[in-house]
Write a protein that binds this ligand. Structure first.
Ligand code: HEC
Ligand code: HEC
Ligand code: HEC
Ligand code: HEC
Ligand code: HEC
Ligand code: HEC
Ligand code: HEC
Length: 369
């Protein structure tokens, strides 16, 4: 795709992911499979993620009240029924989540985005009541605000409008949503970089783009912690403006590191948990890229992750008892980064009183028994 410039690019000019591919083909192609790129998209037909989802299914809140997932005139809807009588039908418009663990959906109501009552939970392969929703009735009115979009989209514009004499409400600008997390969310606006390299095709040294290898460890982890540093901080300004090299404390007050006493959750706070690990503290060099290849999809490739552990731990003093375990050399992960239950997210299944746990890897690397 062409990069058409209306005016000379500035530090804030976004080039768009499509422009990167002409010079960074390999990275761009690999990245299409990365969960970041897949973490949100528009639902424009009857396909939800992939076709393995149970389209025609019913979630019964009780014997009277049910929500069905139905196909109608080329789209998919969540339809509520009370004693068999339809009460409300809302279209699937946006999906959130690559589907690794769960997918939840938004529906447009004017310029507000509302979360649909049913989410898909991969672990139990079925529709569940969306996390945090009331147990006994389907809710169609919970607003998905710009905050979700800050972590799950590349850009979404919003406006604050008057809602009655004393109230204001937030509206999202529907047409402004750029789905998925694209290159410039992690690399910063690259308009000047693109402009320069298009004009100087012979230049082999990168210009006008942050060089990760020159950043401090804090700057590197901050660039990930914008979205992986928890969701319980006070927001000072939108992280849509965050560029590599920036200090997270300018965006969040009490960002991880400031508040030792808070309980860290395995959901959404990988940087906080990692910061408590001996590996992180004592190595002084470990950052997210010590283990993750941010352009690829290494999901489930525990052998590859194990290689990363061994790169620092060539000799380990395991006891004879531990060494009896056959996987000791091939899978460090299940013992030292076990899955733990999130305290903030869980799912309600139809007809069950207990809730389904939502498990994630702990990033507090340590000795667990
Ligand atoms: C016209 C060619 C061109 C386009 C388009 C382009 N780049 Fe680059 N980019 C380069 C060149 C040349 C380098 C230096 C050699 C290298 O590292 O590949 C580079 C290097 C980089 C680097 C590496 C910096 C480092 O750490 O060494 C990043 C990151 C980068 N580009 C991001 C982007 C992004 C994001 C886009 C799309 C918004 C983009 N580039 C579009 C030519 C381009
Ligand atoms: C703009 C927000 C944002 C930024 C910045 C970000 N992430 Fe993520 N990341 C997410 C979201 C959202 C997901 C969940 C994706 C999904 O739907 O599965 C995710 C998922 C992941 C995963 C799990 C999927 C996988 O690939 O195995 C890893 C690992 C990860 N991020 C690492 C990083 C690292 C490392 C950085 C910094 C270089 C980073 N992220 C920066 C938002 C972000
Ligand atoms: C989730 C954050 C994230 C996203 C999204 C992302 N990158 Fe990167 N990229 C990084 C990090 C971190 C590095 C530094 C090297 C490393 O740690 O893997 C990097 C390094 C690079 C480099 C230089 C080294 C290399 O691996 O070739 C280029 C070029 C690059 N990225 C281009 C892109 C392009 C093009 C896209 C979009 C298709 C993209 N990046 C999307 C985080 C990201
Ligand atoms: C501060 C950043 C942040 C915010 C805000 C946020 N998320 Fe996430 N979300 C993440 C990260 C990071 C992950 C993946 C890793 C994890 O769970 O720790 C994730 C995972 C998910 C998943 C599961 C993805 C999968 O494929 O397994 C869904 C669904 C989701 N988020 C929806 C939402 C919705 C809806 C909102 C708004 C109500 C929201 N998120 C707000 C960062 C965020
Ligand atoms: C960048 C280097 C580095 C990497 C990569 C690394 N570690 Fe470490 N790790 C350290 C250092 C340094 C220590 C502290 C000294 C020691 O105990 O060896 C440590 C300590 C540990 C400890 C002892 C923790 C405790 O609380 O006593 C365990 C267990 C451990 N690492 C497991 C792992 C596993 C599993 C991986 C891969 C997922 C890994 N490490 C990756 C550097 C690293
Ligand atoms: C079966 C579970 C298990 C597996 C697999 C395992 N460990 Fe351990 N590890 C332990 C236990 C338990 C301890 C505490 C000492 C002991 O009882 O052996 C330990 C201790 C350690 C320590 C601290 C002792 C020291 O030498 O500093 C490090 C580092 C470590 N493991 C790294 C690794 C790495 C790297 C791998 C993968 C190559 C791995 N472990 C695989 C269970 C395991
Ligand atoms: C010592 C190695 C190591 C480091 C450093 C590390 N991770 Fe991970 N991370 C892992 C492993 C191993 C997994 C599990 C991968 C899998 O199951 O496919 C994982 C999984 C994740 C996931 C998915 C969570 C889940 O349970 O599915 C996210 C998100 C993530 N990492 C983000 C980060 C971020 C952000 C950083 C930096 C703050 C980071 N990681 C640093 C090893 C590491």
């Amino acid at each position: 795709m062409d990069f058409k410039k209306a005016a000379p690019a500035t530090d804030k000019t976004i080039a768009g992911a499509a422009t990167c591919r002409q010079c960074h083909q390999q990275v761009s192609d690999a990245y299409l499979q990365n969960p970041h790129q897949q973490t949100s998209h528009a639902v424009t037909d009857t396909k939800l993620m992939d076709n393995s989802l149970p389209h025609l299914s019913v979630y019964a809140f009780d014997e009277h009240f049910k929500v069905k997932v139905e196909q109608r005139n080329g789209f998919v809807y969540q339809v509520a029924y009370n004693d068999g009588i339809e009460t409300i039908a809302r279209r699937f418009d946006i999906s959130f989540g690559s589907g690794e663990k769960a997918v939840t959906y938004g529906t447009w109501q004017g310029d507000q985005l509302k979360q649909l009552p049913l989410s898909y939970f991969k672990q139990v392969k079925s529709w569940v009541n969306s996390p945090g929703f009331p147990q006994n009735t389907a809710h169609f009115s919970r607003t998905i605000d710009v905050r979700c979009m800050e972590c799950h989209s590349s850009f979404t514009d919003r406006k604050i409008v008057q809602d009655g004499p004393l109230k204001v409400k937030e509206e999202l600008v529907k047409g402004s949503v750029v789905y998925g997390i694209d290159c410039e969310r992690c690399h910063g606006p690259a308009g000047k970089h693109v402009e320069f390299h298009l004009e100087h095709p012979q230049a082999k040294v990168a210009k006008y783009i942050a060089l990760y290898q020159t950043l401090t460890r804090k700057q590197k982890t901050d660039a990930c912690a914008t979205c992986h540093g928890g969701n319980d901080m006070e927001i000072l300004k939108s992280i849509f403006a965050f560029k590599p090299g920036d200090d997270l404390h300018d965006y969040y007050s009490n960002a991880t590191g400031n508040n030792a006493k808070k309980v860290l959750d395995v959901h959404g706070n990988q940087s906080g948990m990692l910061a408590e690990s001996k590996c992180f503290i004592q190595s002084k060099t470990m950052d997210c890229s010590s283990c993750h290849r941010t352009h690829e999809n290494l999901k489930g490739n525990l052998t590859s992750y194990t290689q990363r552990c061994i790169s620092c731990h060539a000799t380990i003093k395991h006891s004879a008892l531990t060494l009896k375990n056959a996987v000791v050399k091939t899978n460090c992960i299940d013992c030292h980064m076990p899955e733990q239950v999130s305290g903030v997210i869980s799912f309600q299944q139809a007809g069950k009183t207990d809730i389904s746990a939502y498990k994630l890897r702990t990033h507090k690397i340590g000795i667990y028994h």
